[in-house]
Ligand binder design. Structure first.
Ligand code: ZN
Length: 159
């Protein structure tokens, strides 16, 4: 399970930092910083039902289906328990979103975690490349270019 606290000012630490079989998650904070510094990536907030519809649209897409070992579907859970965290629950095919997580930014971030096989780091180069692809497909090239620029400025590798 990968937990993210992505509040709008300061970042909390990931709940599970290292996992056996994965590379060290060295650029996690810089990835968070990159995402935060891009101005409102379609700042729309989703209802639970709309968030699930977005996730279904992505998991049904050719893009998703062509990547090996991706789950056929992912369930969106409104996380009321640990409300400070949004997380990707990889073994359960679920994303748990905190109240602030019903946005494109958080949903795409959590989904990108399902596209990163071991031994790649949770927020490593493969993750960032996948996230840029999701931005391109869902939000368009302009939003993706903004994230790419932010990655560059924050010295995040994505290729
Ligand atoms: Zn993450």
């Amino acid at each position: 399970m990968i937990a993210h606290a992505i509040p709008y000012s300061n970042l909390l630490t990931d709940a599970s930092s290292t996992q056996w079989g994965r590379q060290r998650d060295a650029q996690r904070k810089r990835v968070y910083d990159s995402e935060h510094s891009i101005k409102s990536t379609k700042a729309k907030t989703f209802s639970l039902r709309a968030a699930q519809a977005l996730v279904d649209r992505i998991t049904d897409s050719d893009y998703w289906q062509l990547i090996p070992n991706t789950p056929q579907s992912i369930r969106v859970i409104h996380s009321t328990r640990a409300f400070r965290f949004s997380r990707a629950h990889l073994s359960k095919d679920e994303i748990h979103l905190a109240y602030w997580g019903f946005t494109y930014k958080t949903i795409l971030h959590e989904l990108a975690h399902f596209l990163v096989p071991e031994p790649h780091a949770h927020h490593g180069t493969v993750f960032c490349a996948r996230l840029l692809q999701l931005y391109t497909i869902i939000l368009g090239t302009r939003c993706a270019a903004r994230l790419r620029l932010s990655f560059d400025l924050n010295r995040v590798t994505y290729k």
